[in-house]
Ligand binder design. Sequence first.
Ligand code: ADP
Ligand code: MG
Length: 619
Amino acid sequence: MPDVLASKIAAGEVVQRPASVAKELMENALDAGAASVSLVVRKAGSELVQVVDDGCGMGPRDALACFGRHATSKLRQIEDLERLATLGFRGEALASIAAVAQVELRTRRVGDAVGTCVRVEGGRCVEERPCAAPPGTSVAVRNLFYNVPARRNFLKTPATEFKHLVETFQTQALSNPAAAFSLVHDDVEVYRLPGAPEGASFEEALARRLADLFGDQDPEKLVPVEETTSYLSVRGFVGRPEHAKRSRGDQFTFVNGRVVKSRALDHAVASAYGELLPEGRHPFFALFLAVDPRHVDVNVHPTKTEVKFDDERGVYGFIRAVVKKGLAEADLALPFAAGPATTAARVTLPASGFADAPGLPPLPDAPASVPGPAAVPPLRPARGEGDGASERPAPLPSGPIPSGNLRFPSRLTPVPEEEGAPEAGEQVGERTIWQLHNRYVLTPIATGLLVLDQQAAHERILYERALTAMEGGMAASQQLLFPHTLDVAPADAALLDELMEDLRALGFDLEKLSGRSVLVRGVPSEVRLGNERAILEDLLAQYRANREGFQLEGRENLARSLARRSAIKPGHPLKPDEARALIDQLFTCRMPYVDPGGRPTMVKLTVEELERRFSRGGG
Ligand code: ADP
Ligand code: MG
């Protein structure tokens, strides 16, 4: 087979579209130690894909040799062939690209007086001469597939090809957050990403790069993760759950600096979020793994970026645990200004809206004197307010929670002020609590104001309590004054048998009378008065709906169903001590920030945010 033909065939594997050219060239630039990489394209890459770097450059001999098949020079740097292959250095990218395009290489090593220019067209060298060139390398790839018309026709619309180019650019720019990158399309600068400043840590550089690339991924939306073992280290960021998207788009995994795809790893990350993620959402993440190349196989197919570890399960578990830990350590209370993810984040506070909380006096009017814009003091210790607070919203009485409509088993006592608070030490001494519109519970915290969605919060509490009850402890049960008999449909009768043990653990006191009727003597103590009769039927209906809608099984489903059915609803007025119990008990939960379905339970309005809003855009 003629060599040129062989090259053309091989090229088909490596080079599918302009973006694949960009990927190979940018990887080479980074391999060459570039601190700055520019990608220049014309006509979505079909006319030109050029990468200019300031890396180590090549001498005259290498400048020619690099177009040969298996031309990798990286053998010299990494003696071990096995390790070499696993890093994906196979020395065929340039050869493959040159077989199907017109390529011009200009390169110079720092120490050399002159550079070298080499032109290759359709795999044949058409020119080689010394030339002037800045240190580093420029590779310009023109008219991709000019000699393979079938493939050229196969390219998608310019918009699509450009989209692939941008994604490739973003991925490469992420893979090395310390280096500077730019992207120019048809003379228009699309991206200019500065390199990391001297002394910046990897995390700082990465956070900055993410912000520059994705704008909306500002550092507040990111949760850092980091862990090292002898086998594997991982660092990077995962997105806060409320920013998870419906599409899988922004998920980046790099192994030893190379971008890879791994469904197993994607899954490990998603599973670490567990119930934090609303159904059907995918988290953002950018994770950098470092592992001895001997333990990893980056598939030998030229463009496939699939990766296999020799200890797949170990890596899966490790990544999952690391992300879980990062999420657990993060303060996941939604900041007030956090995007449009939920309606809860869009609550606007009326001028005076606290009046309908039973038993609470109305809020004070606005302070009479407003400080000038130049002298906006930090809000918290403002004197007028401090005075007002002592006379107006009365601190709620402390002491044991009287049992009201909202029942909490007595073994769950309110937490001490410091413990389980939203942030350690965030509680302010005597706690002031308001209920807003019979829906939200508000309380000051050290950093501002915490707003709870009462239903979501209560669902979380009931859900965790139900799980605990089923896993071991017996839940408190309230005996019904008038036990009633429930006749169930045949399908429900079977379901009831299946769930009987767990239902009893939850606090249902049930007795099966015959095939289709059951005697209800007691219900869980959480069940609100007036709900006792219908609760079991409701629960079964909810259970079925959850099973069909969300494929939820077993205890998870049961716990969610009970929580959904017995939680207080919007419109339910809370007594002050009930509101307080709600807050206290929410913060004894394992995961206080979201309800069982993944919606937020709380939103935080910080003093900084208030300052920002009142400063009228100024400083
Ligand atoms: P590989 O990257 O797998 O080694 P390539 O075909 O991509 O194979 O590149 C072949 C060789 O050309 C590289 O090993 C390297 O020595 C040289 N090379 C390519 N691009 C550059 C560059 N931008 N700067 C310096 N050397 C380069
Ligand atoms: Mg390469």
